[in-house]
Design a protein around this ligand. Sequence first.
Ligand SMILES: C[S@@+](CC[C@H](N)C(=O)[O-])C[C@H]1O[C@@H](n2cnc3c(N)ncnc32)[C@H](O)[C@@H]1O
Length: 257
Amino acid sequence: MEGWHGWDAYAPFYDWENARTVGRRDIPFWRKHVLSSGGPALELGCGTGRVLIPLARTGVRVVGLDRSRQMLGHARRRMRRASGTDSARLVRGDIRSLPFSTQADFRLVMAPYGVLQSLLRDQDLRRTLLSVHHVLRAGGLFVMELVPDVPRWREYDQRVSHLGRRRGGTATISLVESVRQDRSRQLTVFEQAFTERRGRHQRTHRFSLAFRTLSLRQVTGRLRRAGFTIERLEGDYEGGPWTADAQTWLVVARRAR
Ligand SMILES: C[S@@+](CC[C@H](N)C(=O)[O-])C[C@H]1O[C@@H](n2cnc3c(N)ncnc32)[C@H](O)[C@@H]1O
């Protein structure tokens, strides 16, 4: 299994589900970093543009990169409908080997919402950090969010997690989910079945998503070895202190000059 598997199938449901979970509460945090960097800024794993589109509205040049054609398709359609997103560009690629020239010169690279946990092996994380180092200007910031609660999910089988309608749509959607912990490989695997019902018609989309548990020590050690210094650790989007059981882990690293 690869961490980028499953996202194409998830794409039509991603915004629906995330409106019920993370919502927009991390956006001011990323906006603050984009504005103080002045750009250009790169978002790793921009998905459907949940974060990228509000950032583009700052007017700062932002690039969103993702491997999933379907997630990028949603981002592209949302950008066409939204106003004030001219400063954003979408690029298809893999975060382990960023498709930018040697001197891409980003002042900021962002890894929101646990995207680094989609890297299922240590060598994938190592390659990604080196690749980020390569495209970041000397002195530039690499800011990442780790989702610390994935290993705390209890295993369960076939639980209905969400039920509702798409905004303005007629179909009802339900999500039935199973969770498995593979502690020997530090992986949490979500098996998802989204069913869309319209009248008597129904269609089920099944896929799995896997996330790796990363300890802070692993990440900071890897960052240092890739040529970054650790500037700050935070435990919420308002700059609260980092603790092991904080709601989120935010790491601010700087590329050494
Ligand atoms: C948790 S979503 C985050 C989307 C968006 N940043 C947000 O916060 O809503 C993770 C995204 O990372 C992408 N992704 C996962 N592994 C990747 C890889 N190796 N290279 C590029 N994109 C990847 C997935 O396709 C997915 O769109």
